[in-house]
Design a protein around this ligand. Structure first.
Ligand SMILES: [Zn+2]
Length: 494
């Protein structure tokens, strides 16, 4: 690493690479909104965020400018906001996370990943030291450790780089409907597992049915127990835990054909090809049982059954699992906390902290009290670019109207050509005498809300109740009006 490399330069370099990618995106004008948003997070964001863990602590004050520019260009490619719109407003309109939120997501992932390292990893031992807070010297990582200090990390599972040695045998997994037309009775032993997440706990259930088990009669054994809290476990880890438990119930059988049934495709896939992933502790335990069964000459297949409705065993397993998540159910034994669940909880917390920043976007706040919200997607998605652009102009008050142009010294006066008052968005939409003939459709939308800027721009006004939904018909009428006047269009974009 270049020791003279300053964080500021480093951030600028990350931004300039991101800028290139963002400009590529703006060239693809015809893209649907959702696709553009996805492309932004798939092609631009990773370039900017690369190694952000190292420099994110220096991303503040003036250093934010180059990356903010990338964000604004991204927002322009997605919904058509102008580059003069404040970054945070553009991000909210385009419904993309802020750069800082993305950096924190990465930091959280790193923090959790470090704590799932196996004991043999040299970094495993230093995590306890990172978490001690030195007063004299605070590393950049201190910020991350401090912010996440309340995150529960005890009992976190440890994840090996490889679940199995490369030469170890893997189990085969199939889609039940495509793979086998054999009647179920042809299997000597069938194992069905299920999990349920309800009442803040994850419960598991399963059934093992054999013909006959060891020597005696045909046997069927069912089990069900509460695996853990929903904040520690998930339905996927539940199914794996159930599978592991069910295999332990199998007596010492040999030369049998055994079918393992699950409704969770992810479970079947990760059993077929275990990787460095959450839930590995259960997968390893399952493979231990597999190895023993294979040694005794048993044949094993995993089946993924898309719907449990027609399968009696899976239905039984599901019922058992639900039993374990009845109200008041509590886990009795402690299982390792899942990395994926811990991570998701923390990411959700981060997303819930989104807020409208102070000191910017007076117009946006007035027009739409529901910002930041998911409804902006409804407003912009599935519209041609020119319509998005026109709507974004009016919602952000960065328009081609004189009031806006005067602010950036692109017009000599705020006054509208009609001569009555400054050409603001409200004047343009409701009062300007030049466009009276185009307003019919807007008038048809409402009797009571005439002149209500929020209503016509798909925003929530302070008077709207909690059940408010944007009136998309009114938004469409507004856009059609704006396009009919031709006042907001730039011939370059057509
Ligand atoms: Zn006018």
């Amino acid at each position: 690493m270049d020791t003279r490399l300053k964080y500021k330069q480093h951030i600028a370099r990350a931004a300039s690479k991101g800028l290139e990618a963002a400009l590529e995106l703006t060239r693809l004008r015809g893209l649907p909104t959702a696709t553009a948003r996805q492309l932004f997070s798939a092609t631009v964001a990773p370039i900017v965020d690369y190694a952000s863990n190292i420099w994110m602590h220096a991303y503040r004050y003036r250093n934010t400018a180059p990356i903010n520019r990338v964000q604004r260009i991204g927002a322009q490619a997605i919904v058509g906001t102008f580059l003069t719109v404040a970054t945070s407003i553009a991000e909210i309109e385009a419904s993309i996370p802020t750069a800082l939120e993305r950096f924190w997501k990465r930091a959280i992932k790193l923090w959790v990943d470090i704590h799932t390292l196996p004991k043999t990893n040299p970094l495993h031992r230093i995590t306890s030291r990172v978490r001690k807070f030195y007063r004299s010297y605070r590393s950049p990582f201190h910020q991350v450790a401090y912010r996440l200090k309340d995150m529960p990390l005890e009992e976190l599972e440890s994840i090996q780089p490889f679940a199995l040695k490369p030469w170890e045998k893997r189990v085969q997994a199939f889609n039940y409907e495509n793979a086998t037309k054999q009647p179920e009775a042809e299997w000597d032993i069938r194992v069905a597992v299920s999990s349920s997440a309800c009442n803040d706990v994850v419960g598991i259930g399963g059934v093992v049915r054999g013909t006959p088990f060891i020597d005696g009669d045909a046997t069927s054994e069912e089990f069900s127990f509460t695996l853990g809290l929903r904040t520690e476990q998930n339905p996927y880890s539940g199914e794996l835990a159930a599978m592991s438990h069910a295999l332990n119930l199998l007596p010492n059988v040999s030369h049998r054909r055994i079918a393992l049934l699950t409704t969770n495709k992810a479970v079947a896939l990760s059993l077929r090809n275990p990787r460095q992933q959450s839930g590995q502790v259960y997968i390893r335990s399952i493979y231990k049982s597999f190895a023993k069964l294979w040694r005794n000459g048993n044949g094993l297949l995993v089946f993924w059954v898309p719907s449990s409705d027609e399968n009696e065993l899976l239905q039984l397993a599901k019922r058992e699992a639900r039993q374990a998540t009845k109200e008041g159910a509590t886990p009795t034994k402690r299982f390792p906390r899942m990395q994926s669940t811990t991570l998701n909880l923390e990411k959700k917390k981060l997303t819930s902290e989104r807020h409208f920043p102070d000191g910017v976007g007076k117009h946006s706040k007035r027009v739409d009290a529901a910002l930041p919200g998911q409804h902006t997607r409804q407003l912009y998605d599935n519209r041609p670019w020119i319509e998005r652009n026109v709507l974004a102009q009016m919602r952000t008050d960065r328009t081609r109207l004189n009031n806006s142009m005067y602010r950036i010294h692109a017009a000599t006066s705020r006054q509208c050509a009609c001569g009555h008052e400054p050409e603001t968005v409200a004047h343009f939409l409701f009062r300007c005498t030049q466009w009276e003939q185009h307003r019919t459709k807007m008038h048809q939308c409402t009797e009571t809300n005439r002149g209500n800027l929020s209503f016509f721009l798909g925003g929530k006004s302070p008077l709207d109740g909690p059940d408010w939904q944007p009136n998309l018909k009114a938004v469409q009428a507004t856009i059609s009006f704006a396009l009919a006047t031709g006042r907001l269009e730039n011939k370059q974009h057509i």
